[in-house]
Each structure stands twice: as C-alpha cells, then as structure tokens.
Write a protein that binds this ligand. Structure first.
Ligand SMILES: Cc1cc2nc3c(=O)[nH]c(=O)nc-3n(C[C@H](O)[C@H](O)[C@H](O)COP(=O)(O)OP(=O)(O)OC[C@H]3O[C@@H](n4cnc5c(N)ncnc54)[C@H](O)[C@@H]3O)c2cc1C
Length: 481
C-alpha cells in the first residue's frame, strides 16, 4: 500500500503557456439552472471561475468558447456516485476529467455542463508482486505506477510520452499507447479489471483480477477507450510485467523522413521485435534542440530511436542495425543507461518543444507499417497544399504517426487551414488503409470523420450501446462516437 502527494499543477494551467488562454463568453456560473441544482447539492462542487477555466480544455489546442458551469472535485467513489446521481436526476451533462493532458478535446467542457474531476483520487491501493498486479485509483499519474512497480522489479508497460503528467483513468478512457507499446501492447492489454460508476450511480465491476478469464461479454474492453462516454473509472487492476534483464538502445539518423520511414518498415519486415521504435522528422529535431540545447539536427534530417530488451537484447539490436544500415547516414549505440535515457527523453520532449513555438494541433493517424514512407510524403504534400507547418513524430512499430500542426497562439485549430489539414490527414490514412486515430481518441476534434471510417452499421450499433448504458445521455455528450 502506498500513497502519493498531490500532483503538481498540470501544464495546461501554466499561465505562461500561450496555448492555454481560454476565451470565454460565460465568466459567471448560473445561479438558477439544472447545473446550479447539481452544484448546489454536491459537497465537493465549486463554481470558482479559475477552477472552471482550468477544467475547460485539455492539451489539444482546442479553445472552448464558453466555460463549464462548475467542477466537482471528487475525493472518493461516493463523490462520483453522488455527482452522477444528481446529474442524472437533473439531466445535466457531465464531463469526466483526469489530468487534462488529452489531445482530442475529450475532456473539454462548455456552458451547461459540469466537469467531474477525479485527479485527486490518486492512491495506489495495492501492489501484488507475486501476481504482478497493481490496484489503483483513476487519478494516479502513469509514471507513479511505474515508480511503485520498480520497487518490486516490475513495470507497467503502457507509457505515453506524457507519462509524468497523465492519469491512469485518462489512459484507460483513451486506451492510450506509448513507446513500450511497440512490444507490450496498448493500455487495453494491461488492464485486467475496472470499477466503474455508471451514469445512474450504479457500480459496475468489469474484467477480473486473474490473467485469464472469459466469462460473459468483455465489458472491460468496451469501457477501455470509451472516452468517458459510458462511465467513470474509479478503480483499475493493472497488469505489471517483470523489468527486462537487459535493454539496448540506438539512435539512427537519416537524410530525410522518408528514408527513416523506409528503415522502420524494414525492421518490421525483418520480424524484429523492438520494445521502442520512435521517429522524429528534421523540423521536430530542430524544435527539440532549441528547447533542450541538444544537437540532433546537425546529425541528420530524421531520427530513429530503437530499443530492444530481454536476454538477447544486444543480438536483436544487431539485427536492427543490419536492417536499417542501407537507409541510415549514421547509427549510434547508447553506451550506457544514462545515454539511452537522454535519447528517450529527446522523443518525450517533442510535443512540449513544439508547444513553445505556437498552438499545436496533433494528428494521430495510423497506417499499415509498410506504408510509413508514403504517409510521410503525403503529409509533406498536405503541408504544401494547405500552407501549414507540419512537424512529424511516429510510434513507428505501430504505424502510428503524429503529424503536428503549429499555428499562431491565437489561431483556431477548428477552422481554416488547420482544420482542413486535419481532414486531409484522415483521408491520407484512409487511402493507405489506415485509421483516423491510433491512440489519442476521437474526442470533439475528430468526430465528424468517425462515420466515414466505421460506417453506418457500426456507428448506429455503437450509439445504441451508448443508449443502453447511459440512456439519459449525460456522460460526455458530443464526444467519441
Ligand atoms: C506531451 C504529451 C505527450 C503525449 N503522448 C502520448 C502518447 O505517447 N500516447 C498517448 O496515447 N497519448 C499521449 N498524450 C495524450 C494524453 O496524455 C493521453 O490521451 C492520456 O491518456 C490522457 O490522460 P489524462 O489523465 O490527461 O486524461 P484527460 O485529458 O483528463 O481525459 C481524456 C479523456 O478521458 C476521459 N476520462 C479521464 N479520466 C476518466 C475517468 N476516470 N473515467 C472515465 N473517463 C475519463 C475524459 O473525459 C476524456 O475523454 C500526450 C499528451 C501530451 C501533452
């Protein structure tokens, strides 16, 4: 059993950050309305303007035009149950919120809605080193699960680049991916069971505490990735794994991003299983260098980070070197863990480095892994045609690209060239046999393309499922499906 101190303030509340200016047409919370009835009755509710502002959006670059009417800051399951019971009774829409690091405006909230913030429910309740599981509350920060697991020689595999600032509840709601997902799979592969509060306040337990189990429909899988539209996660049983006995890391540089994409595809084609395979293009390297004082851009026009783990890590890295040598201009094997961590850090720093340059809107398309180079070429075409700046990173082993548009801090990403470019990215992915979102979710920003990808039969079935689980439609309406 361990507890952790309150998380440091999320970056989105940073007053220095250009992306966080929320322009609002509704500074004062209403005093007589369904939301006022809920907020007036809940002991943990606030209508404080700063709290509403801080809870209005996430890290997607989306600027809501209004603020939510109030925020319930849950301290425990009872607070969540009470909030949802009240909201259901008064027909008030509720936006669940973890750490607010989402990149799809899934946690964004508006006038007429209340935010249910579970970030203070942040205890690690138990770690079982023999079964290799952890039971956690939703607000626990991802990296803190790993820090606690490390004390037992274990680790939690889904590690978004935002590991230091995102919450497990948000990871579950978005089915988050990360660097180690190249080998160990995304969040869904590491969540054994959940405790969920449904829209009417009932408690639902999904999954189980055992590694295997197939009794009934897999509701666990349904709730993971449902973006807060089906229920609020209040507890999770996570699968931990033994820390690898050995890891080996390399950085390779290329003339351009297409060559790097071809090299990444060659690794997949050679059936090598890296634990990390990350790409960054030249403009992103420049931004990272500027922010961190590093010199990656001098070494090439694109960067590939590869890590292998396990007893044969060094042999597997040899195979990677062989697969990428025809494409790379230079390859550097990390001499020790410190050097390896510095390379991983360069990739983790990419988004914050770009946020220094302006408002960032992050695409999240995924394509078949043998089509990475074509995807990068297509993105260059979109940038030229739409007159926008696109910076690209990718979880290359999963074919998951993050083309990032950087616009003026006061420019909207939901209209004009930025919006058009986001649509172009989706159609590019579709042409290559890919998908609209690999790991960030649909949220508010990508919803208009969902039907095009999944088709009418799937969409109406999904809406029917939502109708059964949340008949009043109070949970995160207008998001995900
Ligand atoms: C620098 C940076 C790097 C990132 N790198 C990655 C990456 O590598 N991989 C990746 O997948 N993502 C990445 N992200 C995106 C983000 O960190 C993830 O989507 C993360 O899972 C969101 O967690 P959160 O706690 O911040 O959720 P929030 O932003 O608070 O919410 C996200 C969604 O989850 C819902 N939600 C939150 N908590 C709950 C709950 N307890 N119950 C039900 N619904 C809930 C919200 O309603 C919303 O729809 C990155 C973000 C940043 C800023």
């Amino acid at each position: 059993m361990s507890t952790r101190p309150a998380p440091s303030a999320p970056l989105q509340n940073d007053p220095e950050s250009p992306i966080m200016t929320v322009h609002t047409a509704s500074p004062a919370a209403p005093t007589s309305s369904p939301t006022a009835a809920v907020l007036g009755a809940h002991p943990q509710a606030t209508t404080d303007a700063d709290a509403r502002k801080a809870a209005a959006t996430d890290r997607s670059g989306y600027i809501p035009s209004t603020l939510p009417d109030g925020v319930v800051v849950a301290r425990g399951v009872d607070d969540v149950v009470e909030a949802l019971r009240l909201a259901q009774a008064h027909g008030v829409p509720v936006v669940p919120r973890g750490a607010g690091t989402g990149l799809a405006a899934g946690a964004s909230a508006h006038e007429g809605e209340i935010v249910l913030d579970v970030s203070r429910m942040n205890r690690i309740l138990a770690i079982d080193p023999v079964e290799m599981t952890a039971i956690v509350e939703p607000g626990v920060i991802n990296a803190e699960v790993n820090a606690a697991a490390a004390q037992h020689g274990l680790f939690y595999a889904p590690d978004p680049a935002s590991t230091a600032i995102c919450s497990i509840g948000g990871n579950i709601a978005t089915n988050a991916g990360g660097m180690w997902c190249a080998k160990y799979g995304v969040t869904r592969e590491s969540v054994l069971g959940l405790v969920i509060v449904l829209a009417d306040g009932r408690i639902l337990r999904t999954g189980r505490k055992t590694i295997k189990g197939v009794t009934g429909y897999d509701l666990n899988a349904l709730f993971i990735g449902s973006e807060g539209t089906l229920g609020v996660v209040v507890e999770a049983t996570l699968r931990l794994r033994p820390k690898p006995v050995r890891t080996e890391t390399l950085a390779a540089y290329f003339a351009d991003i297409e060559a790097a994409g071809r090299a990444a595809s060659a690794i997949t084609a050679a059936r090598i299983q890296p634990s990390i395979l990350e790409l960054m293009d030249g403009p992103t390297l420049e931004a990272v260098d500027l922010a961190e004082g590093t010199k990656h851009r001098e070494l090439g026009g694109a960067f590939l980070l590869a890590q292998t783990d396990g007893y044969g890590a060094h042999l597997e890295l040899d195979e990677i070197v062989q697969a990428i040598s025809p494409y790379a201009t230079s390859i550097h094997r990390a001499a020790d863990a410190v050097e390896a961590e510095a390379l991983v850090k360069a990739r983790r720093d990419a988004i914050p480095a770009l946020e220094r340059l302006g408002r960032v809107s992050i695409g999240d398309i995924a394509v078949p892994r043998n089509r990475l180079a074509e995807a990068f070429t297509g993105l260059e075409d979109i940038a030229a045609q739409r007159g926008v700046r696109i910076f690209s990173v990718a979880h290359a082993a999963d074919g998951n690209l993050h083309p990032m548009l950087v616009v003026d801090p006061h420019e909207s990403i939901t209209e004009g060239p930025a919006k058009a470019a986001l649509g172009d990215m989706f159609h590019l992915a579709q042409r290559l046999g890919g998908t609209l979102t690999g790991e960030h979710g649909v949220g508010l920003l990508k919803r208009e393309w969902v039907g095009e990808e999944i088709g009418e039969t799937s969409r109406s079935l999904q809406q029917a499922i939502k109708g059964v689980i949340d008949p009043a439609g109070i949970l995160n309406p207008g998001k995900a499906i």
